[in-house]
Design a protein around this ligand. Structure first.
Ligand SMILES: [Zn+2]
Length: 123
C-alpha cells in the first residue's frame, strides 16, 4: 500500500500493509509542514532463524511503532525525533513494514531449544 503525502491531513488516515504473516496497521497524521506522524502496530508473525542453531522459528509479533515521516529532506532541529525521509512524496507502507521486520530480525533471537543458553532475552 502506498499513500501520497499530500493526502495526509489533521485527521488520522488509516493504513494497512501485509508481508508474509505480518500485518502492519495504524494511522498517519500530518503534524506540520512536511512532517507526518505514524502510529501503528505490527501483529501476526515472522520467521526468524535462531542465532545459535539457525532453525527457523515462527515468532509472534506485537510491536507498537511510532515514528515521523518527512516529505523529502528533514530540515527541522528536533534531532531526537525518529524521522524517516520519504522519496517522491509517497509513503510506501510495504517498504516501511519491510524495514521494521528487518530491524526486529536483527535483534538477538534464540529458539526454545537454545533458551537458557543466553540470558539476553526471554521468549
Ligand atoms: Zn536454537
Amino acid at each position: 500500500m502506498k499513500i501520497a503525502f499530500k493526502k495526509l491531513g489533521s485527521h488520522p488516515l488509516h493504513f494497512e500493509a501485509n508481508r508474509d504473516n505480518a500485518r502492519f496497521s495504524g494511522d498517519l497524521i500530518l503534524k506540520k509542514g512536511n512532517v507526518a506522524q505514524l502510529n501503528g502496530t505490527i501483529t501476526g508473525s515472522i520467521s526468524i532463524p535462531c542465532d545459535l542453531c539457525a532453525e527457523e522459528i515462527e515468532h509472534p509479533l506485537n510491536e507498537e511503532v511510532t515514528f515521523y515521516l518527512s516529505d523529502g529532506i528533514y530540515e527541522g532541529s528536533d534531532e531526537e525525533l525518529d524521522i524517516v525521509e520519504i522519496d517522491h512524496s509517497t509513503i510506501d507502507l510495504d517498504e516501511l513494514l519491510h524495514s521494521e521486520i528487518e530491524l526486529i530480525k536483527s535483534d538477538y533471537f534464540c529458539c526454545k531449544n537454545c533458551e537458557g543458553t543466553s540470558l539476553d532475552r526471554e521468549f
